[in-house]
Design a binder for this molecule. Structure first.
Ligand code: HEC
Length: 148
């Protein structure tokens, strides 16, 4: 019995020190939200990253379209954040037909930091040359956003 007890407390001590290591590295992560984590929590219910779509256009074609329209990441991200806060037909950049197909996206109730992080992550998924052969899409152009 005594033996077992000391084993347990040793295990506990080890577990605790692991926890402290994890906690002490947290603040750095909390300061800048992780875009991918924000996406997984708030967007992935509707958006897949690659086609086929769930209930919204997939992210890679959207991001590629943003990259084609905006020369700089900061401009593209700012534009996307504005859309995420209050989506409207007028603001749609990627694919106007998406609204007919999926309906308008609901506004996101997230902090500016989270919106910037997730928009930056979305941007990073795109490819300025459009997406298709070479982007890992396999079949090339297609999905729900047509390239001209
Ligand atoms: C309830 C479902 C839903 C959720 C949740 C959702 N979206 Fe959307 N999103 C849509 C639909 C539907 C569209 C296409 C219609 C439109 O553009 O409004 C869209 C379009 C978009 C577009 C294209 C906008 C444009 O300029 O054409 C972006 C970028 C986007 N979503 C990003 C996100 C991000 C980032 C999140 C998470 C923070 C998110 N969405 C969460 C449904 C959703």
């Amino acid at each position: 019995m005594k033996h077992l007890k000391s084993l347990t407390s040793a295990g506990l001590a080890l577990g605790m020190s692991g926890l402290f290591t994890a906690l002490s590295s947290m603040p750095a992560i909390a300061a800048v939200p992780d875009g991918k984590a924000v996406f997984d929590r708030n967007c992935s219910v509707c958006h897949s990253v690659m086609p086929p779509p769930k209930s919204a256009p997939p992210i890679v074609p959207i991001a590629s379209r943003y990259r084609q329209q905006y020369p700089s990441r900061s401009q593209g991200v700012a534009r996307m954040v504005s859309f995420l806060k209050s989506p409207s037909k007028e603001k749609v950049l990627a694919d106007p037909q998406a609204i007919t197909r999926f309906g308008l996206m609901p506004p996101m109730q997230l902090s500016n930091a989270e919106l910037n992080a997730v928009a930056g992550w979305v941007w990073d998924q795109g490819n300025a040359k459009g997406w298709g052969p070479g982007s890992g899409a396999g079949k090339g152009k297609g999905g729900c956003i047509q390239q001209q």
